[in-house]
Design a protein around this ligand. Structure first.
Ligand code: DGL
Length: 281
């Protein structure tokens, strides 16, 4: 018979679920490899439905439910939302509906931003910017901070198409940053996990002295704290990361290769529709 210590040990070996609409969450995966190299990961990219950033709040909540439900069926020990849009719109809802530790991006990044800056710019998907989630989180920590948020609808399609250095991408980046530069921001938050893929371009357009914050670093630090709190941290050898998509696996593998150094093996999975009443019963 297993004693409770043995059961806890087994739970520590389980994977952490990490999800995004596409390759954006790989910026979070990279931080997992750096900060928590012993954890086994399950990465899901909901590529069939990207981009998320121009969807409605109701859709984002529903997609997050379906992903959480699938992650639960895969036996993960925790889920990290590697997607600001889901974190802004759906975190509070799914936390009430699922019996799993769920970590979101906004609060850990907001805390760091108010510590580092007084005039903070946030670039994000249109729906994240409209939700005001970053401003609310920052002002709650420090009501004196000033926050400007800009929605950047062209960035995710450009990144998912691999158009990182095209003149059009650089031109739209210049347009998105202009109002923030006019407001004399001292700090810029990448409020979408895709955007650090454009860091090379964005950072050359910013005035010197403006610091950037990549929330990936801070969400993984928050996940590490939560794992310790729940006694779920794994210290042994990890299993290789499992990559899953809801759309075209070859396309994702090709793009992911650029960030991971080798093309991952990718499984295509189907998410089931979840009805809220069933989740709550
Ligand atoms: N990378 C996601 C985010 O952080 C989603 C981007 C999208 O699909 O629009 O918001």
């Amino acid at each position: 018979m297993l004693n409770s210590g043995a059961i806890a040990l087994d739970a520590r070996k389980r994977r952490i679920g990490v999800f995004d609409s596409g390759v954006g969450g790989l910026t979070v995966l990279r931080e997992f490899y750096r900060q928590l190299p012993n954890e086994s990961l399950l990465y899901l990219a909901d590529t069939a439905r990207l981009p998320y950033g121009t969807r409605s709040p109701a859709e984002i909540i529903q997609f997050s439910r379906e992903i959480l439900s699938w992650m639960e069926s895969q036996g993960v020990k925790m889920v990290v939302m590697a997607c600001n849009t889901s974190s802004a719109l759906a975190l509070d809802v799914v936390r009430q509906e699922f019996d799993l530790p769920i970590v979101g991006l906004i609060l850990p990044a907001a805390k760091v931003a108010v510590n580092q800056g007084r005039r903070v710019g946030v670039i994000a998907t249109p729906i994240t910017a409209e939700s005001n989630a970053y401003r609310r989180a920052m002002v709650e920590v420090d009501p004196t901070v000033q926050v400007w948020q800009v929605g950047c609808p062209e960035f995710v399609p450009a990144i998912e198409a691999g158009r990182l250095h095209d003149p059009e991408t650089i031109a739209v980046a210049r347009d998105y940053l202009a109002p923030l530069i006019d407001c004399q921001i001292d700090t810029l938050v990448y409020g979408c996990t895709h955007y650090p893929h454009l860091a090379g371009t964005i950072e050359t357009l910013l005035p010197s002295g403006v610091q950037t914050i990549d929330p990936a670093e801070h969400v993984v630090a928050a996940a590490a704290q939560e794992l310790d709190l729940l006694n779920l941290r794994h210290h042994g050898q990890p299993q290789p990361t499992r990559f899953c998509v809801t759309g075209d696996g070859d396309r994702f593998a090709q793009l992911a290769q650029r960030w991971l150094g080798c093309a991952p093996l990718v499984d295509r999975v189907k998410l089931l529709e979840v009805d809220r009443a069933a989740v709550n019963s």
